[in-house]
Write a protein that binds this ligand. Structure first.
Ligand code: SAH
Ligand code: SF4
Length: 354
């Protein structure tokens, strides 16, 4: 299969244009337009002939727009389908005043089966390619007035179950788009061998680990992979990543009423994370549950979430309660491909279509 537009790295663009007999600087113009200026190819009007807007080079986009939903706070959620096989994935743009964050999918579906997660409930379809991941960021940038400075792998899929393609996409985002490694966060359910591999990588991306419970008996009810990679091993691997780069690790904790939201659990969690070295060593993101069709759990009251967060803070652990941005369009990161129907949507041609 020919490389898709964002599947073609700089070398591939150079090779393609050289085959066409184009001068060497032309590849640099295309590459700079797509990556440094972050513009869609059809806006690069300075390019002549075969390299220009009407050109098939570098070959076409991998993704077709299926739906778009814009929230009142500017959060935008897209449902993309791979042009060649229809595999669906979602991406979310979260703009703020001077910067923008994009949440990307790393797989179509997910095989991990976390009980509270809409993606896990739907099952696994396939891995995404590096080009498909990079294109989610590029297409979000095209819609964003602010420069995309942060990318979080918190959409559909488990990034460490698709290590090679995910890592290739991270290198492209860093080297080509110029996004700082610290601005890239990879969230994992705790695939220990992948975390150990990550600890050896040169680029110090930020690690987030989805814990959701302080003990294995509870965690394995929410996160089935806990049976294979129990909490102690996950924390060991997280410590290895943290030590390797002197970076703080974030732990995600989806707070579910009556299941894992007792403040005593916050106490147990704080004891577990103490070995990361107090404030700055480990940080907890408390995420009030987004209800999903396949899970009966509910989100705790605000007061209950606050009590949980306060207990952690009182025990010296840094905490953020993560607001669900764009929840009026179901755009909460981590709950992608959410409840159907996907609402509200515009036809593809309204904004991003060919
Ligand atoms: N597979 C990776 C990354 C994608 S999920 C992981 O599990 O870490 C990103 C985050 O959203 C994870 O912490 C996940 O547990 C959380 N999440 C998934 N479904 C959720 C829901 N319904 N409510 C709150 N958080 C959810
Ligand atoms: Fe997969 Fe993450 Fe959802 Fe678990 S929470 S099913 S690992 S996407």
């Amino acid at each position: 299969m020919t490389a898709t537009r964002y599947g073609a790295d700089r070398g591939a663009i150079e090779g393609l244009l050289a085959d066409w007999g184009e001068p060497g600087y032309r590849a640099r113009q295309v590459w700079e337009g797509l990556y440094r200026q972050r513009r869609p190819l059809d806006e690069l009007t300075t390019l002549p002939g075969r390299c220009g807007p009407a050109s098939p080079a570098p070959s076409p986009d991998a993704l077709e727009l299926r739906a778009e939903a814009v929230s009142s706070d500017g959060t935008t959620r897209w449902l993309w389908a791979a042009a060649h096989d229809g595999a669906q994935m979602e991406a979310v743009l979260m703009p703020s005043l001077r910067r923008a964050t994009v949440c990307v999918s790393s797989q179509a579906g997910c095989a991990m089966g976390c009980t509270f997660c809409a993606t896990g409930q739907a099952g696994f379809e396939r891995h995404l390619t590096a080009g498909e991941i990079v294109e989610q960021v590029a297409r979000a940038q095209h819609a964003s007035p602010a420069r995309v400075s942060h990318v979080v792998y918190m959409g559909m899929g488990e990034p460490l179950a698709n290590y090679d393609e995910v890592w290739a996409s991270i290198e492209r985002l860093h080297h080509d788009f110029g996004i700082s490694a610290r601005g890239i966060t990879l969230s994992t359910v705790g695939i220990v061998p992948g975390m150990r591999r990550l600890a050896q990588e040169r680029l110090p991306v930020t690690l987030a680990v989805s814990l959701h419970a302080p003990d294995d008996a509870l965690r394995e009810r929410l996160v089935p992979i806990d049976r294979r990679y129990p909490i102690a091993e996950v924390l060991d691997a997280a410590r290895e990543c943290s030590t390797a780069r002197g970076r703080r690790v974030t732990f995600e904790y989806a707070c579910i009423a009556g299941v894992n939201d007792d403040p005593d659990r916050a106490g147990a969690l704080a004891r577990l994370l103490r070995s990361f070295g107090g404030r700055g060593g480990a940080h907890v993101n408390v995420i009030p549950l987004n209800p999903t069709a396949g899970f009966t759990g509910r989100s705790p009251s605000d007061a209950r979430v606050r009590a949980f967060a306060d207990r952690l803070r009182g025990l010296g652990i840094g905490v953020t309660v993560r607001r669900n941005r764009g929840s009026d369009v179901d755009a909460a990161c981590g709950q992608l491909r959410a409840r159907s129907p996907f609402l509200p949507s515009r036809p593809a041609s309204a904004r991003m279509g060919p």
